[in-house]
Design a protein around this ligand. Structure first.
Ligand code: ADP
Length: 209
């Protein structure tokens, strides 16, 4: 934190309000995007989806977008060297956010460690990780269904979908334990109505801070 921010924090009490930083976690198709929209309304915080950021770059055919496309098309993770910088830029571009929902990030242990270091330099941290638990067959069904209207190539092919779930299980799932060791992870039953699931999430967030 720079010296000016420190001085402001001393004299303007509202500046000291703790950020609420929520990692919204779960396999592809678990409903993170839907629930993120509701969290944004409830807590008035910023939503950062790395998947959306990549799709925006791809849509504009930027070098970053073209790079990301190679991996996304196969259902693989985009390299950390690309992903982490992009995420940090987005956070840095919103210095006044009251908190952040991280959706699709961190997706492996290295990204989690990078996020912890990055946030601690800003005198803040991950408040909680909310994991949506949904059975694999339900995920595949939801994603194939989304593929009919979303135009997302990675939602139209069952082989790619299964690979995304495989990558989630091997690389991403350990991030749950990383935050569970700090007492910050909550597992939420992700099947039910959107409102029911949101109520479960709201209770878990309230219990975490
Ligand atoms: P979903 O969670 O439904 O798979 P996303 O929109 O979150 O969809 O991500 C789509 C794709 O973008 C992923 O399959 C992956 O290729 C890439 N991606 C998104 N976030 C990350 C990340 N944090 N690290 C690496 N790759 C990512």
């Amino acid at each position: 934190m720079n010296i000016i921010t420190r001085i402001i924090r001393i004299f303007v009490p509202s500046y000291n309000k703790k950020m609420i930083n929520i990692v919204l976690f779960g396999p592809p198709g678990s409903g993170k995007g839907t629930q993120a929209d509701l969290l944004v309304k409830e807590y008035n915080i910023l939503h950062i989806s790395t998947g959306d950021l990549f799709r925006y770059e791809m849509g504009n055919n930027t070098p970053l977008g073209l790079k990301a496309k190679e991996y996304m098309a196969k259902g693989e993770l985009v390299p950390d060297s690309v992903t982490i910088g992009m995420l940090e830029n987005k956070v840095n571009a919103n210095p006044d956010a009251a908190g952040i929902i991280f959706d699709g990030f961190p997706r492996n242990i290295f990204q989690a460690q990078s996020l912890d270091t990055f946030l601690s330099k800003k005198d803040t941290m991950v408040t909680c990780l909310i994991a949506l638990d949904v059975p694999e067959e339900e995920l595949v069904k939801r994603l194939l269904n989304r593929g009919k209207s979303s135009g997302r190539a990675d939602d139209n092919d069952e082989t790619i979908i299964r690979n995304r779930i495989k990558v989630y299980n091997s690389e991403t799932k350990p991030v749950f334990d990383h935050y569970a060791e700090k007492g910050k992870s909550a597992l939420i039953h992700g099947v039910g109505s959107i409102e029911e699931i949101f109520t479960r999430i709201r209770e878990a967030v309230a219990a975490s801070h």
